[in-house]
Design a protein around this ligand. Structure first.
Ligand SMILES: Cc1cc2nc3c(=O)[nH]c(=O)nc-3n(C[C@H](O)[C@H](O)[C@H](O)COP(=O)(O)OP(=O)(O)OC[C@H]3O[C@@H](n4cnc5c(N)ncnc54)[C@H](O)[C@@H]3O)c2cc1C
Ligand code: FES
Length: 273
């Protein structure tokens, strides 16, 4: 893990209350892989005191293809994410990572599906590029792992759909859903998923109720499924135990820390309550 005082290179709005920020942090960018995250802290002051976790959206490269930084996409939600839009290019943000484990890739699969709810879309751009052999991460060589990635992306209403052009441009088969029917399928991503050709493996990220519904569906449907959990975190380093999730264990259940044992978990191992 590296800690870098990352200069903001660019920062702009991509959807309602949703922004993309580019940070110059070459050490982190060189080793981070899709599914991993960084913690960031606002410049100037200690409010909020704690850093906040954000998934890798993508890396930025120089003319020679060398990673120079990372991109994060965030939704304005609470204390830090409401202050973050005021940060301008040239300012620096304390950034540490990569944290957590990357998405697992399984051999001999041809078609997987990403199921994203709300800002849970963020880990899937880099992962799509990696699986489809468009880009490599973490010092790996480019490797195409499969031929087809379907993405099912749901938000509350059309203005919150973020990065749709980014996902389409890498050849993902994208299906959108909105809670209010303002664009695409009217209803939940899990309902839309049931109407589509069956993928061999599902990867999900989004709000807890959506992930619960997805994990339940995966068990009923006998489809292997991994989910990336985005619960609040204090340290991001495995020290404070503020981020635990219940997993099945011998004799019942046990706790795992999302920041170091995850954030990606096999749906089959989670205790769904
Ligand atoms: C591994 C990981 C990756 C993440 N990636 C992204 C990302 O790419 N983009 C993004 O926008 N967000 C992401 N998040 C969530 C992000 O960290 C929170 O949105 C952020 O911490 C909110 O900070 P805040 O100071 O604005 O809100 P706070 O002031 O800390 O919280 C405001 C309200 O939101 C609730 N809240 C805070 N965090 C969460 C959460 N994670 N889930 C549900 N409710 C929460 C609090 O309980 C409170 O009610 C990720 C979280 C994790 C754990
Ligand atoms: S956030 Fe501190 S242990 Fe996970």
């Amino acid at each position: 893990m590296f800690q870098e005082n990352a200069k903001v290179v660019d920062h702009y709005t991509i959807a309602s209350k949703t922004h993309l920020i580019k940070l110059h942090c070459p050490k982190i960018a060189a080793i981070i892989r899709p599914g991993q995250f960084v913690m960031i802290k606002l410049p100037g002051g200690n409010d909020p005191l704690l850093g906040r976790p954000f998934a890798l959206y993508d890396t930025t490269l120089d003319d020679q293809g060398k990673p120079t930084g990372i991109e994060i996409v965030y939704l304005e939600l609470g204390k830090m994410t409401s202050l973050l839009p005021a940060v301008v290019p040239g300012q620096s943000i304390e950034t540490w990572g990569p944290l957590g484990k990357p998405f697992p890739i399984f051999p001999n699969k041809d078609h997987v599906a990403f199921i994203a709810g709300g800002i849970g879309q963020t880990p899937f751009l880099a992962f799509g590029k990696q699986l489809l052999g468009i880009k490599a991460y973490g010092g790996d060589s480019i490797k195409k792992s499969l031929n087809k990635v379907t993405m099912i992306y749901g938000v509350r209403s059309a203005p919150f759909l973020a990065g749709v052009d980014h996902f389409k441009s890498i050849g993902l088969d994208l299906f959108c859903a909105t809670d209010d029917g303002s664009q695409g399928f009217h209803g939940r991503v899990t309902e839309l998923l049931k109407t589509l050709p069956k993928a061999e493996h599902w990867y999900g990220c989004g709000p807890e109720p959506m992930l619960h519904a997805l994990c339940k569906l995966a068990l009923e449907d006998n489809t292997p499924c991994h989910v990336s959990l985005e619960s609040p975190m204090a340290c991001g380093l495995g020290i404070c135990f503020s981020c635990v999730v219940k997993v099945k264990a011998e004799g019942g259940w046990d706790y795992k820390r999302i920041c170091v044992d995850g954030p990606v978990f096999n749906a089959d191992t989670l205790v769904l309550e």
